[in-house]
Design a protein around this ligand. Structure first.
Ligand code: ZN
Ligand code: ZN
Length: 300
C-alpha cells in the first residue's frame, strides 16, 4: 500500500516542523539552574557571549550572580579579544581577565603582540596568562590555524611570560597531551598551572595531579558519552579541581548545543558533585575556594 500524496505532504511538513523546533531549541538559552552559592567560573569568554560593553557584561554577571556564580575569569583568544577581556575586568569587579594568544592564533605573536600582552599582564585585573598551549585538532582542518611548530614556540613564550609576571598559566590542550606535558616539563612550569576544559583520560589526569596542576572541568564532563572524562574527574583530589563554562561553548547536559553563559555553571558543578559523591553545596564550596586560591582572587 503506498502513501497518498496528502499523507506524504503531512509527513514532510511534520519533519520540517520538527527540524524547525530543534533549530529553535538550539538558539534558546537554558533555563536558570537552582542557585548554588560560592561558585567561580574558572574560564569563560564574555566578549564571545556578547559582553563587549559595560552594560551587557553587567547583565551577564548579574544573571550569573543570581544563581551563585559570584566571580568569573574571562579569557582572550586573540589580541582584540584580550583588549575586551581587560575592559570587562575594569568595568565589573566580578570579572577578572586572562590574556594570551590562543594556540590557533599563535602565528600572530609578533613583537607588537608580545609587547601588548606584557603590558596587559602587569594589570592587577589580569589574573592569568592564557589560554595558551597546543591544539592538534584544527591544523589541516582550518587554514587560519597555526602549525604545531608555531604553536609550540608561542607556548614557550607564554610559559616564560607567566613566570616573569608570576601569574598562573592557563592551558588549552586539544589532542596534544604528550607534547604539551613534555614542553611544560622541559620549560619548567610556573608555580600555578590550570588545565582548562580538561579532556584527557585517567593517565593524563594522574600525571597532571602528580605535577600539582589544577584540572578545570567544563560541561563536557556531564555529556552522556563522557565515561572516561568522569573517571578522570573522580580521581582529582579536592584541592586541585576547578569548574568552568568555557561559554559560549560546551553547554552542559541536558542543554548541549544551546547557548552557554556563566549562569549555567551550577549544572556542571552538580554533575561533578554526582561524579564525586559529595553534596552539591560542599562541591561548590570546594570549587569556589580552589578558584579563588588558584587565581589569587580577592574575597567578595
Ligand atoms: Zn580552550
Ligand atoms: Zn576557552
Amino acid at each position: 500500500m503506498s502513501q497518498s500524496p496528502a499523507a506524504a505532504d503531512t509527513a514532510r511538513a511534520e519533519t520540517e516542523s520538527n527540524k524547525a523546533a530543534r533549530k529553535r531549541r538550539r538558539r534558546e538559552p537554558p533555563p536558570d539552574p537552582t542557585p548554588l552559592p560560592g561558585l567561580v567560573d574558572a574560564h569563560t569568554h564574555l566578549a564571545s557571549c556578547g559582553g563587549r560593553d559595560a552594560e551587557t557584561v553587567r547583565s551577564i554577571l548579574d544573571r550569573a550572580e543570581r544563581v551563585g556564580v559570584a566571580q568569573v575569569i574571562t579569557v582572550a583568544d586573540d589580541i582584540v579579544d584580550a583588549r575586551w577581556a581587560v575592559a570587562a575586568a575594569r568595568w565589573d569587579s566580578r570579572a577578572f581577565a586572562a590574556v594570551a594568544l590562543h594556540p590557533m592564533h599563535a602565528g600572530d605573536l609578533d613583537d607588537a603582540a608580545k609587547a601588548e600582552l606584557e603590558r596587559m599582564t602587569a594589570d592587577p585585573r589580569v589574573v592569568a596568562v592564557g589560554e595558551t598551549g597546543l591544539d592538534y585538532y584544527w591544523p589541516g582542518k582550518s587554514d587560519s590555524c597555526a602549525s604545531p611548530d608555531v604553536q609550540a614556540e608561542a607556548f614557550r613564550w607564554h610559559i616564560d611570560l607567566a613566570k616573569r609576571v608570576d601569574k598562573p598559566l592557563m592551558i588549552h590542550n586539544r589532542e596534544a597531551d604528550r607534547d604539551l606535558l613534555d614542553i611544560l616539563a622541559s620549560e619548567t612550569a610556573p608555580e600555578t598551572v590550570i588545565m582548562h576544559c580538561f579532556s584527557g583520560d585517567q593517565n593524563v589526569a594522574r600525571e597532571c595531579v602528580d605535577r600539582g596542576y589544577f584540572l578545570s572541568f567544563a560541561g563536557t564532563v556531564s555529556f552522556s558519552n563522557a565515561t572516561e572524562l568522569r573517571a578522570a574527574a573522580h580521581l582529582v583530589p579536592d584541592a586541585q579541581i576547578l569548574v568552568e563554562t568555557d561559554a559560549p561553548f560546551l553547554t552542559p547536559h541536558p542543554y548541549r548545543g544551546q547557548p552557554n553563559q556563566s549562569y549555567c555553571l551550577p549544572y556542571t558543578a552538580r554533575a561533578l558533585a554526582a561524579v564525586r559523591g559529595v553534596e552539591d553545596a560542599e562541591m561548590a564550596r570546594i570549587l569556589g575556594e580552589n578558584a579563588r586560591r588558584a587565581y589569587r582572587l580577592p574575597l567578595q
